[in-house]
Every structure is written in structure tokens, then in C-alpha cells.
Ligand binder design. Structure first.
Ligand SMILES: [Zn+2]
Length: 190
């Protein structure tokens, strides 16, 4: 559902780089009509209670025990206020793991951006699955995404929705006056 009357500000193109143009146009439409927050609220009514590093450790450990039992112990699990999700977590991991001798030094840390403390439960799970998969696969390659899907079958849809969520956070920060109406009786979000 595109929105020809409202000009795109390029936000969707930035958050959804690499996605099909139709999806970017849809996201642009939702954003331009001010319906992004409403769409996300409807899609993700469930919150979570993972607010501390200790709670995050337990959450990560439970998933790791279930899916990656042999991946070796984690050295660190915690929230990180400086982590930029789009560029550092979801982006191409440009900073390769340091090669020490002939051996790759695998990451044993799980850092989750602080914004996930208040994100929907499904999106926290998605980003934790993403970081857990990096215990096995450093790059965003086919094996990496297969592992993500093994842990979370809806992984690709959730990563797309996470990008919409991040997009909405930026849009909301830019326009703090925009308030969603209490009863939004508009058409169903796609
Ligand atoms: Zn990654």
C-alpha cells in the first residue's frame, strides 16, 4: 500500500536497505501516514520483563542451553547503551574477528542494545537469536540465517519488523508531538 500523496523522507530506504522496493514503499506509506506506531503496537502487544544484565543473562542462557548447548560458555552478557543496532548488530559486520595466528578468535560476548529493554518481547528474542547465531557463524551468511531460523522460525519477518521498530523510534524522536489517538479506527494494518 503505497502513499503517492506523501513524499518519502528516505527513512524506510535507510532502515530497509537491501529489501525489495515494494516492501520499502509499504513501510514508507505506513510512516508517511503516521501509522507505523499503531501497526507495531497491534502486531506486538506482548512486552517482556528483561530489564537488567542479570535478567538478560538468564534469558540468553536459556535459549543457548536449548539450541546451542555446545557453543562454549559466554564471557559476557549485558545491555549496551552505545550499541547502534542497525549499523553494528544488523549491518554487515565489517570489523572482522581478529585472526590470531591461524585461528579465529570467536566472540563469546552477547551485547544487546539498551533500547531492547522496552522493545516488544518478540523483538528482544529475535535480536538475542541473532547474537547467539554469531557464536557459530561470524558473518551474515546462509548458515548464519539457517541457524537463526532454527532458533526462531519467524526470524526473517521479525528482523523486518525490528527495522520498522527502529525506524519508528527515530521518527518518534524527531517528532515528539505526534500522539497516537486512543481509539484508532483506521483500516487494519497489513
Ligand atoms: Zn549480526
Amino acid at each position: 500500500m503505497t502513499s503517492p500523496h506523501l513524499a518519502s523522507d528516505g527513512l524506510a530506504a535507510r532502515y530497509l536497505a537491501g529489501y525489495p522496493p515494494e516492501l520499502i514503499a509499504q513501510a514508507d506509506g505506513l510512516h508517511a501516514q503516521g501509522r507505523l506506531a499503531d501497526y507495531l503496537a497491534r502486531r506486538f502487544p506482548e512486552r517482556h520483563e528483561v530489564r537488567s544484565d542479570a535478567a538478560l543473562f538468564d534469558y540468553v542462557q536459556a535459549l543457548k542451553t536449548r539450541y546451542l548447548r555446545n557453543a562454549g560458555p559466554l564471557n559476557f552478557v549485558g545491555f549496551d547503551a552505545k550499541l547502534r543496532v542497525l549499523q553494528q548488530a544488523l549491518g554487515t559486520h565489517t570489523r572482522r574477528t581478529q585472526v590470531q595466528g591461524a585461528k579465529l578468535k570467536m566472540r563469546r560476548e552477547i551485547r544487546i542494545a539498551t533500547l531492547f529493554k522496552t522493545a516488544p518481547a518478540a523483538l528482544l528474542r529475535m535480536i538475542v537469536v541473532h547474537e547467539l547465531a554469531h557464536l557459530r557463524e561470524l558473518e551474515h551468511n546462509k548458515a548464519f540465517y539457517q541457524l537463526c531460523q532454527h532458533m526462531e522460525p519467524d526470524y526473517f519477518q521479525l528482523e523486518f519488523d525490528l527495522r520498522l521498530y527502529l525506524m519508528q523510534l527515530e521518527a518518534a524522536a524527531a517528532e515528539p508531538v505526534a500522539q497516537p489517538t486512543a481509539d484508532s479506527s483506521g483500516p487494519e494494518a497489513p
